[in-house]
Design a protein around this ligand. Structure first.
Ligand code: C5P
Length: 235
């Protein structure tokens, strides 16, 4: 059967990077469920949909029903593996949107889209579909509700946490490479706002599954976290 690993946690806790490396090491597929909500948000922003209006919401739901979202994991360049970091590419209607879904504009609007129950229903079906593709050995899926709602039968569930200041600092350093104008306080504020929205929404809020293992990444390196998770899979 397909080996399933669920990795949940708040924004910028290192979920997607960790999941990418774990999937890469095990030869599993990586599904970044946050990227799916981001892709729908990007599509809605591109079409100038008025988010809060009734019409806007049914329009977004329509988009979700009529969108294809696909993932691909790049193999490291060079035969011996080397240090090339694995990457997870996201395709929206066959267009590579891996970079476009990470803009501030998408980040600020995604929690609103992710709180629409009908959107979650559509994504849930897609997420379970990926996890049950017959041609894979295993899947690492990361998000907010993977261990609790999407893959309650996952053989391994991890809940990543880290102090909000540390998470904001990691995000800040990432963004700073691309845009010199980023302001730390602004990133911290956005992060706390998104945490609050993810924790307080009515459908599938951010929760630790009762059988999830908590890993606090505040003082751990990426390698240490990935190592601990691989160890727990006994693979
Ligand atoms: O993981 P990432 O920060 O990219 O996720 C973006 C947003 O998508 C989150 O802030 C959250 O609102 C939403 N999300 C969700 N459920 C998931 C994954 C992400 O609601 N499983």
């Amino acid at each position: 059967s397909i080996f399933k690993i669920a990795i949940d946690g708040p924004a910028a806790s290192g979920k997607s990077t960790t999941s990418r490396y774990v999937a890469h090491r095990l030869g599993f597929m990586h599904i970044d469920s946050g990227a799916m909500y981001r892709a729908i948000t990007l599509k809605a922003l591109r079409q100038n949909i008025k988010f809060e209006s009734h019409n806007g919401i049914s329009h977004i739901i329509n988009l979700a029903h009529n969108s294809s979202i696909q993932f691909a994991t790049t193999k490291p360049i060079g035969s011996s593996g080397g240090d090339n970091a694995p990457q997870t590419m996201v395709y929206l209607d066959d267009e590579d949107v891996s970079a476009d879904i990470r803009t501030m504009d998408v980040t600020r609007n995604v929690s609103f889209v992710a709180a629409i129950p009908e959107i979650r229903k559509v994504m849930l079906a897609k997420q379970r579909g990926y996890a049950n593709s017959t041609n894979i050995d295993g899947v690492v899926m990361d998000g907010r509700d993977i261990g609790t709602v999407v893959l309650p039968d996952a053989q391994l569930k991890i809940f990543l946490t880290a102090n909000a200041n540390v998470r904001a600092m990691r995000r800040y350093e990432q963004l700073k490479l691309k845009d010199k104008k980023v302001v730390f306080e602004e990133i911290l504020r956005d992060l706390e706002k998104r945490d609050k929205a993810d924790l307080e929404r009515k459908v599938s809020p951010l929760r630790k599954a009762i059988d999830a293992v908590v890993l606090d990444t505040t003082t751990l390196t990426l390698n240490e976290i990935v190592g601990k998770i691989i160890e727990m899979t006994n693979k």
